[in-house]
Design a protein around this ligand. Structure first.
Ligand code: C2O
Ligand code: CU
Ligand code: CU
Length: 488
């Protein structure tokens, strides 16, 4: 099918409201917003925190502690409630911020190797983004200070030193950031006790209860690190207690390489209200949905009809036509408490579709081949990662909107491709096979299934400088499946 056709189908799937972006007025207003990007005056930071990465022993198993590396955060100035522990396991803290706020972070690297923090999904300046060349040595610090430009959504943070991040994440270094804004507040979505973080991570645990890394040698590097145990929010406990009402699940695939195909155990549809970059224009129902490393989902589930003690599990089910058994990822156990039943409004938020006409390369999308080479393993275009430069194709003019195409037709495994900087939108997927909510809304990571080709449209209009794009299968990223791009 042609590109334009699939775009039209994409618009159709969003319904009538989605189509408005095609009218001349909406296109013009999008363009104006673009050119008049606010240069806001710097206010004092609303929240100043210290985040340290350090070795720690956590009690995941009853018989023996597990040695992990973990993020720890304290509020230096601002509301103490903005930082809370995600649980008792290895997952780092949950930091809550609001759009427009200024966040200052003093990062202290207390692990025995170099590292740096990247704020996944946040649109920040190049020197705030945790580019591999900003890595600090063990014992070093890095001071961040940026404004939260993103809309409400679930974001996260993790190390980004080249060649070492797979291991650092595997040892436990992931933290969560929740951005809230007025638009989201006005919806009155389930909050507090009725809003749950669901960070899914697998780990290979050995007999000594320690996390193994790359113990499978080249196979692990080529396929990505897959574990033998599943963790929820950094703990083995997979049960979340929920009231008899509507629950909001903020789902993050924090695994190194494992892709989940999520579905409810009782066969009900998943009600998806948001993806990587926040709320969708309207709720989207689907039987199952693929969630690749780094991707996020915002899901509502109504448990009003449940009675105390009843359970409902979120499972990963085999993709249609493939072998395998479903397994539980998380189980909601309903308490005797009555909650509130919430139904999503017809329109959840305003997602302005980026018009294809806005792209400077409308008729010549930049194509990136996802291919392995003998020398470098997995690569983009057969090239190794070059920490300091970018090719002409990877050089973008500030203010431009471009169409990028990721081509996974030449190799037989999935690659979740992540681009730093602003969130993008998915224009089309060649296969038409894997589609639906996984491509809706604002995205920062898009899953390329084997044999697929995906086009995304992205505005490069917020910060100049050098950023990276890469596969979020962390073993692929460490290997060579990462490149710089430069906005100038
Ligand atoms: Cu979550 Cu460059 O990555
Ligand atoms: Cu990122
Ligand atoms: Cu990959």
């Amino acid at each position: 099918m042609t590109h334009m056709k699939s775009r039209r189908r994409f618009l159709k799937s969003l319904g009538a409201t989605g189509g408005i972006a095609w009218s001349a007025t909406a296109w013009t207003s999008t363009f104006l917003v673009n050119t008049l990007w606010p240069t806001s005056a710097r206010a004092a930071s609303n929240l100043a925190i210290r985040v340290s990465a350090k070795p720690r022993a956590v009690s995941l198993f009853p018989d023996r502690d597990t040695d992990v590396w973990s993020y720890d955060a304290q509020v230096k100035t601002g509301n103490q409630n903005r930082v809370r522990a995600s649980g008792k396991g290895f997952l780092g803290p949950v930091i809550e911020v609001r759009t427009g706020e200024r966040l200052a972070v003093e990062y202290v690297n207390e692990i025995p190797e170099e590292s740096i923090i990247h704020w996944h999904g946040l649109d920040v300046a190049a020197d705030q983004d945790g580019h591999p060349h900003h890595t600090v040595p063990s014992g070093g610090t890095y001071n961040y200070d940026f404004e939260i430009a993103n809309r409400a959504g679930l974001y996260f943070f993790h190390p980004h030193p080249h060649g070492k991040l797979g291991n650092q994440v595997n040892r436990g270094l992931v933290g969560v950031m929740i951005v809230r804004d007025d638009e989201e507040d006005s919806l009155g979505l389930p909050r507090d006790r009725d809003e749950h973080l669901v960070c899914i991570q697998d780990r290979r645990v050995n007999a000594d209860r320690q996390f193994e890394y790359l113990t499978g040698g080249m196979h692990d590097r080529m396929m990505g690190m897959h574990g033998n145990r599943l963790f929820l929010n950094g703990e083995l406990n997979q049960v979340i207690r929920a009231r008899q009402g509507t629950q909001r699940l903020r789902i993050l695939n924090g695994s190194n390489a494992r892709i989940y195909n999520l579905a409810w155990s009782d066969g009900r549809e998943l009600e998806i209200i948001g993806t990587d970059g926040g709320l969708l224009e309207k709720a989207h129902k689907t039987q199952s949905i693929l969630l690749a490393p780094a991707e996020r989902l915002d899901v509502l589930v109504d448990l009003s009809d449940f009675t105390a003690g009843q359970t409902l599990s979120l499972q990963s089910v085999p993709i249609a036509g493939t072998a395998g058994k479903p397994f539980d990822v998380m189980t909601l156990e309903v308490t005797s408490e009555k909650g509130v039943s919430y139904s999503a409004p017809m329109q959840l938020s305003k997602v302005d579709l980026i018009a294809e006409l806005e792209a400077v390369n409308l008729n010549s999308p930049k194509s990136f081949q996802l291919i392995p080479t003998r020398d470098h393993g997995w690569t983009i275009d057969g090239l190794p990662y070059d920490m300091h430069g970018a090719s002409p194709k990877e050089t973008v003019r500030f203010g431009d909107t471009e169409i990028w195409e990721f081509d996974n037709t030449l190799a037989g495994m999935p690659h979740p491709i992540h681009v730093h900087g602003t969130q993008f939108q998915v224009l089309s997927r060649q296969s038409g096979k894997f589609t639906g909510a996984m491509d809706l809304g604002w995205k920062d990571t898009v899953l390329l299934m084997p044999g697929d080709k995906v086009r995304v449209i992205k505005r490069f209009n917020t910060h100049k400088g050098m950023f990276v794009y890469h596969c979020h299968n962390l073993e692929h990223e460490d290997m060579s499946m990462m490149r710089n791009f430069i906005i100038q």
